[in-house]
Write a protein that binds this ligand. Structure first.
Ligand code: UDP
Ligand code: MG
Length: 346
């Protein structure tokens, strides 16, 4: 019996066209804004005239976002959806997208249209013209943000720049373009609770900036309540600086000095026959010292917590599904430990 020659699988013989640009978009409960988002992003990317992919990372949305993304995919082949099993947070969602993006350039962009997609071609142009690896989108107009957000943002960038040195670009959020080399370097970091807006400048790749006007959220509500803003600030501080640990030492020294002065005063008063009356001063000192001790303990706890999560080595996110793996022609040969398996990134 002669063997029937198997039909050659042409889809596998043709080398996949790798995108020049990947756009990573974290998406969490964005059903209101996603159709608008696709409507605005697609023409901009189609007009580039270069192969691209949009990697929407669905960060465990519980609304209709996954359904809308699947619907968009039917008419937009460049749209790829990576679904995370559970909500992992903005930074982890971007990290998941960076780990899976295939482009020679990778941009990160929020889904709520606060970062205008029309700026992307300018970023790519700037990266190529100035031969740099990173182009930051810098908000040169934040008038659409609330006064509270503007104030806290200004404080955040000021403190970070002071602690980390001059290389934190002001008002650069997570709207940026990175070269493949930069993305590989970010992906290789073993760090948990990554704050990308600090991690990327710290890598020291040559950079440029493109200014843009931060627009109002096109629809839906912010997913960054105060508690998440505080979390981001604490992660930024403890992830990049041990200054708060030293603060405890300075508080301790200051406390010792004040105690010494009190003691000297008490001795002088005793010798001169005046007994110090009242308990108020004692109560204040006790309460003050207690508060400082708790504060220092809390700060220490933050670092111990970081060490603990790092040691556990649990992934920062779990990928449930990547539409690319289900695409005709099969998945890309997955880099070891990536496809469907957790990645140690956040
Ligand atoms: N986001 C996410 N996971 C979260 C919270 C937010 O992927 O747990 C996404 C969200 O869908 C949006 C982006 O991160 O695309 C920025 O969030 P948001 O616009 O709510 O933050 P803000 O601009 O208000 O700081
Ligand atoms: Mg937003």
């Amino acid at each position: 019996m002669t063997a029937v020659p198997s039909t050659p699988d042409v889809t596998r013989d043709v080398a996949p066209v790798l995108p020049v640009l990947s756009v990573v978009v974290p998406v969490y409960n964005e059903e209101d804004v996603l159709p608008l988002f696709a409507q605005r992003l697609r023409p901009v990317l189609d007009a580039l005239g270069e192969p691209y992919e949009v990697v929407c990372v669905d960060d465990g949305s519980r609304d209709a976002s996954p359904v809308i993304l699947q619907r968009e995919r039917r008419t937009w082949p460049q749209l790829r959806v990576v679904r995370l099993r559970a909500n992992a947070g903005h930074q982890a969602a971007i990290s998941a997208g960076l780990a899976r993006a295939r482009g020679a350039w990778v941009a990160t962009l929020d889904a709520d249209l606060q970062d205008p997609p029309e700026v992307l071609p300018d970023m790519l142009g700037a990266a190529r013209a100035e031969r740099v690896d990173v182009v930051y989108g810098v908000r040169n107009d934040r008038s659409t943000d609330s006064a509270f957000k503007r104030l806290t943002a200004r404080m955040y960038y000021r403190v970070m720049r002071r602690l980390l040195g001059g290389h934190v670009p002001d008002d650069a959020g997570d709207f940026r373009l990175m070269s493949r080399a930069t993305v590989d370097a970010v992906n290789a970091l073993p760090e948990h609770n990554r704050v990308l807006r600090l991690v990327v400048p710290a890598l020291g790749f040559p950079d440029a900036k493109v200014g843009y006007r931060r627009e109002e959220r096109a629809a839906g509500k912010t997913k960054y309540p105060l508690s998440r803003m505080i979390r981001l600030s604490v992660d930024s501080l403890t992830g990049f600086s041990v200054a708060p640990l030293r603060l405890a030492t300075w508080f301790g020294l200051g406390g010792a000095l004040v105690t010494g002065l009190f003691l000297a005063g008490a001795v002088v008063a005793y010798l001169s026959g005046h007994v110090i009356p009242g308990w108020t001063s004692i109560a204040v000192v006790v309460a003050g010292v207690g508060a400082v001790q708790l504060l220092c303990l809390g700060m220490l706890g933050e670092y111990v917590g970081r060490l603990y999560t790092q040691m556990q080595g649990r992934p920062a996110y779990y990928v449930a599904h990547d539409s690319l793996d289900a695409a005709p022609g099969g998945p890309e040969p997955a880099p070891a430990g990536r496809a469907g398996t957790p990645t140690l990134a956040r």
